[in-house]
Write a protein that binds this ligand. Sequence first.
Ligand SMILES: Cc1cc2nc3c(=O)[nH]c(=O)nc-3n(C[C@H](O)[C@H](O)[C@H](O)COP(=O)(O)OP(=O)(O)OC[C@H]3O[C@@H](n4cnc5c(N)ncnc54)[C@H](O)[C@@H]3O)c2cc1C
Length: 683
Amino acid sequence: MENQGASEGRENAERRIERLSSHLGARALIKENQLAMVSCAKVMVKFPVSSVVLADYMKGDHKCIEEKIFQYFRDHPELQTPVEIPKDEHRELTMRQLKGLVRDAGIRPLKYLLEDPAQYFAVTEAAGAIDLSLGIKLGVQFSLWGGSVMNLGTQRHRDKYYAAIDNLDYTGCFAMTELHHGSNVQGIQTTAKFDPNTDEFVINTPNEGATKWWIGNAAVHGKFASVFARLILPSEECAHGLDMGVHAFIVPIRDIESHKPLPGVEIRDCGYKVGLNGVDNGALRFHSVRIPRENLLNRFGDVSRDGQYTSSLPTINKRFAATLGELVGGRVGLACGSVGVLKMAVTIAVRYSLLRQQFGPPKQPEISILDYQSQQHKLMPMLASAYAFHFATVYLVGKYADMKKSLDEQVIADVHALSAGLKAYVTSYTAKSLSVCREACGGHGYAAVNRFGILRNDHDIFQTFEGDNTVLLQQVAADLLKQYKEKFQGGTFNVTWNYLRDTMSTYLSEANPVIARREGEDHLRDPKFQLDAFRYRTSRLLHSAAVRLRKHSKTLGSFEAWNRCLNHLLILAESHIESVILARFIEIVNSCKDRNARAVLKLLCDLYALERIWKDIGSYRNVDYVAPNKAKAILRLTEYLSFEVRSVARELVDAFGIPDFVLRAPIGMQSGQYTEYTQFVGF
Ligand SMILES: Cc1cc2nc3c(=O)[nH]c(=O)nc-3n(C[C@H](O)[C@H](O)[C@H](O)COP(=O)(O)OP(=O)(O)OC[C@H]3O[C@@H](n4cnc5c(N)ncnc54)[C@H](O)[C@@H]3O)c2cc1C
């Protein structure tokens, strides 16, 4: 029975390969002994690529800082997080890890954040690889608490707080979210009322719903918080005072020496979470807590000694946008951290899939599970995506650094939308991929020691904090629509959206029936075809969304019209982000000097592009942008490219450069053997 099944399996596989080979015409891959060759893809490696060359090209200058962090933890095994650790111990260990990095290893995240953001984001990715709790705790201390003081405050705040935040003497929190208001930050209710008699602000939690909730560093370690509250000025006309909108204030929450909560500050622990238990999230309530006037972070709005409000920005909305705009660094960090998680998950899954053998042709050795087309289909596009996202986030980090230097309005708008879109897109993708990787590793993927469960739990919330993904994608869509509208009023697109200027006119003409039927490999692997297809889809979605919104607005009003088109708008935003990622990947391929590395990157880029087109093939078919046979050719080529990527999969994951002790999952170790795993259970 079994033999018959295996023989049928072999025949099927042979037929499949034959079909694939004949479809690819001159590129017939496999002639005699097909399965033997499939199961031993090494013999047909066409890309003798060096993982070192690839790693150098990917990481550039930041390899050193990453290596420094890894070396520090390699030298301090007592600081590595064990698989099983209770919450309170985990929190203390995370704090020790952070102090070790800053005070012992000499890593200065706040300095990098302000002077060399690319260095800062490389640090967050490496720290997150050690333990995502560490990456997040670092982000809370330096990007959220430190970043809010440095970016929303002025020189007096920098002078007073920089050094102590940098060396962790002043540990702090970022207290924005309230029990009743998360995504809708403008709805928060905590108040900061100016008292001209004492020259102080009085911070109050007016009701239960205004309790600050989920605040990182609050439950145990924080001494300060940047508290977001409505600034209220006394007014003769209005008994409740004048509401000037949301501002940020530095509020000490614990005594510097004794670390006890200060009078009027109530602190509670948010307790065990699904993941990230090394971060001490807490809840805060304020009862008439008095802080000096200069604790207002006054870059975008200030109050004088006599209670007069001044701002360079004319409206509450503009001030609010400027305030939140300064906080995009957190999103950039999450996008980078999420790519780091994806790289770890793919590395574990690929190494294990190469090692693991199940079934095989009769009387022949079992084959590696990565030789199954289904496994390639699960993991190879994911590997290609990890590369695509890596280069996209490097691009984002570069733009973020430009923005910090130039303060150019167009760059600012561009970075806001791009960071929102990439954060949302990448974290959603990684969250889904973690489950796919777990499943791809079978039962052993379920052992906690093999990391998928921990990574999945820790990473899951990346989709929500620093802006819920669904809300962020709407910001991308809103920005696209704004620019679309301006374009038709004679304006220009921002740098990242520039392509829409050209493709919009292409879209408005009919799909080209000749191109729709071209299905040769050269055509499908032509970056022009791929990018045109991505951009065509975005332009089409943008145009149709604008038309629908206009129509519904007339009867429903703009809020309801937006809601009526919401799914459409989310797809538009994702489509745009995919276009940006692909465009960047194509540039990266073209500028790679090493011939072999370039060939492999091109392979990955093609796989990324064609798999995305295939995933949305319905949209292309609906408008005959892709004829039926072309659609089939795209699928076949995607399968074939996955097969080719498989032959260099090991080198590709090695190029991520994640050392075994960081990866920690025994089934993902470089040795590619079971030894570490069996040792783990005590053999
Ligand atoms: C572990 C953790 C750490 C955190 N750390 C901090 C911190 O240090 N400081 C801090 O201030 N906050 C922190 N937060 C809070 C976090 O930023 C918020 O959870 C986040 O902004 C989302 O808000 P919410 O939870 O209220 O969700 P909601 O805004 O209530 O969203 C719930 C659901 O409604 C949907 N939704 C909401 N609005 C819309 C809309 N307009 N259109 C369509 N769908 C919508 C969302 O997509 C989501 O699925 C943390 C949260 C967690 C869990």
